[in-house]
Design a protein around this ligand. Sequence first.
Ligand SMILES: [Zn+2]
Length: 461
Amino acid sequence: MFERVLVGGDVVTEQGVQALDIALRDGKIAALVPRGTHIEAAETVDLAGMVVLPGIVDTHSHLGSGDDRTAEGQDRSFSVDTKDAAIGGVTTIATTHVLGRDPLHEMVARAIDSGQGRSWVDFKINSVITTYAHIEQIPKAAALGSKSFKMYCGYCFEQAEKMGMRKEGMPPDMFYMAAEKLVELDGWGHMMIHAEEPHVRRMLAERYKAKGEEGLLCWADHSRDWSESVQVYLYGVIAKELGVPMQVVHTSRGHTVDLIKRLQAEGYPIYSETLVSYLGTTAHDLEARGLRFQGKIQPPIRYQSDQDRLWKGVQDGTVTTLGTDTIPYTSKYKTSKPFWDARPGLNIQWIDSLPLLYTHGIVEGRISLETLAEVSSTNPAKMWGMYPQKGCIAQGSDADLVVVDPRLEADLGLARMRGDADYSIWEGRKAKGMPVKTYLRGVLVAEDGEVVGQAGGRYLG
Ligand SMILES: [Zn+2]
């Protein structure tokens, strides 16, 4: 006897899209059987005409870096903003902690505490290294289950200092020493870099400012087409020498995809993430829709040619994971300062990400359902050491599932959001293929755009 059986859906497994019924028990996928097989269950859920994907695993968010960059702000963000994740079909997130110079393991422990009992989805914590002392503390953070270490290599001078780094930012020696520490760990994890050469970028920003020019086209232009690539190579050779996996977060440029493809072919342990926002919009589109401040993120949202190359990278496997780079900002941080001084970063992206990927990826024929599941769930789960508990629809895996109605069209934007967000760069956009049910470990946590029951997310140590 099973607790629940989901019948009639097209189920996206690693073996392909299959006509399967899914039996759930004790939070797990207890059985996958051919559609129509008789199963005894307390509840039968009819999913005829629906697509069932593994719950989205979003490994890129910053719950400690929103409007309120304190532990209390992080608490609130877990309890309120992660509702958007559940509704959007995201069942696991990885988030950075509140940034600072405190001991790394203490910041990680506080972030775990923030999420426990508050998060609507399961979660992991990404450690952010900003000091030499943090490098020494890597084993202590790893002992808490945080084995993904982020370095903001794309910042120097005042930008770096604002984030708790020295004015040099993250020089290669810091990356080298951190990677050495990782190799010593039991079942070691990976490094993540924000690659974006900071010195030329800073000089060009000053020039634009002096000329009185602003806007998202200048913003995209000041971070040159090679700005990510030079750092991907610089830190990538170190990663290769030490044999440490390196995730290039938010890959935004075609130039970068080309380089990563070459390096991967030469055996470099380099993985690439791109953002849903890079795949869904461009600097020109945002300017045309009057979203100059709201669309200012770093690295910048670029041009159509970059977007096309990123989609090709998703198709051919160069881009290995998709993320949202969710930061819980409200608009006061976007419009209270002049353009060049306004804080970069999008707001909470979870609710509209799957509809955007479904529309531009599946409906418009760019990728298959299998590829969508791979880059948005399976690959991130593997990289973060959670597979096959997470990231796939298979017998014995956690019953983390998102049910998509492929015919349902809806308006994206603020009206759908249930967290603290007060703007959306997707306002006025429509999507086809909406998440209608989300199951977290076998329990329905969201349905038809609302959360159901209570927050039951767990820390994945
Ligand atoms: Zn980020």
